[in-house]
Ligand binder design. Structure first.
Ligand code: ZN
Length: 246
């Protein structure tokens, strides 16, 4: 059994697919990466670094304080035009913090793995952020440390935050409209259901510093009115994830 994990290619215009390719990663691998987050808060940075290593990416650490730092994996493309994809590995220390946000950060090594075997125009930078629950400290540091030509080269930031509670949702109020339409075209093409659910009142996320730097963003999640109570509670555990939705 395999699951679709990454879609490579662009849909040009409103409905004409120029080229769309799908890469697959084994479901068992995606699941084992999700399970590897059931460790203490202090162990999570090492756990995400190990996952990137198992996917074949050597990471850099960008310290945010004495105890933690962002974990960065770069996949070069034919150009320096860059897409940053992120999730955060820290958690609120209630429950296991698997939904918020090991579900997003532990998917990054699988996305790297799915994309690395294909020719690609863009450079992809996968960032597992530290300190999101404090602020968002890690993503702010990351954006602040971008040199001006690097910042100008970032074409989009894709945030993966709290996945697998329900089928895929997009925080439309927070996201750049062109990226929302692009995602919905791709979702339609690969027949994955997607819905807009705004979570303005649930909290902030790592898109904030990117938006402040005028970088287009899209925030992908799975939170609904019925499920948001799981976040920052003892119910944020591995068994809260519905693997079919994830
Ligand atoms: Zn979060």
């Amino acid at each position: 059994m395999f699951r679709i994990i990454a879609v490579v290619g662009l849909l040009i215009g409103s409905c004409l697919a120029k080229k769309l390719e799908v890469s697959l990663v084994a479901e068992t691998l995606v699941k084992s990466r999700l399970e590897s987050g059931v460790v203490g808060a202090r162990e999570r940075q090492a756990a995400i670094s190990d996952l990137f290593a198992s996917a074949g990416c050597s990471v850099e650490e960008q310290r945010i304080d004495k105890h933690s730092g962002n974990v960065i994996c770069t996949l070069p493309g034919e150009t320096t035009s860059t897409i940053v994809v992120g999730g955060h590995f820290d958690f609120a220390e209630h429950g296991q913090g698997i939904v918020d946000d090991w579900s997003g950060s532990s998917l990054l090594p699988s996305l790297y793995q799915a994309l690395k075997g294909r020719p690609r125009q863009h450079t992809y930078v996968f960032v597992a952020f530290a300190g999101e629950e404090r602020g968002p400290v890690g993503s702010s540091r990351y954006v602040k440390k971008l040199l001006s030509d690097q910042k100008a080269g970032v074409r989009a930031f894709v945030n993966l935050e709290c996945l697998g509670l329900t089928p895929v949702k997009v925080w439309v109020h927070r996201s750049t409209p062109a990226l929302v339409s692009r995602l919905s075209e791709v979702a339609r093409a690969i027949q994955v259901p997607i819905q807009g659910v705004n979570v303005d009142r649930v909290g902030d996320d790592d898109t904030h510093p990117f938006l402040s730097a005028h970088i287009p963003v899209i925030s992908i999640h799975s939170v609904t009115q019925e499920t948001y109570g799981i976040l920052h509670s003892d119910r944020d555990r591995l068994d809260a994830i519905n693997l079919d939705d994830y």
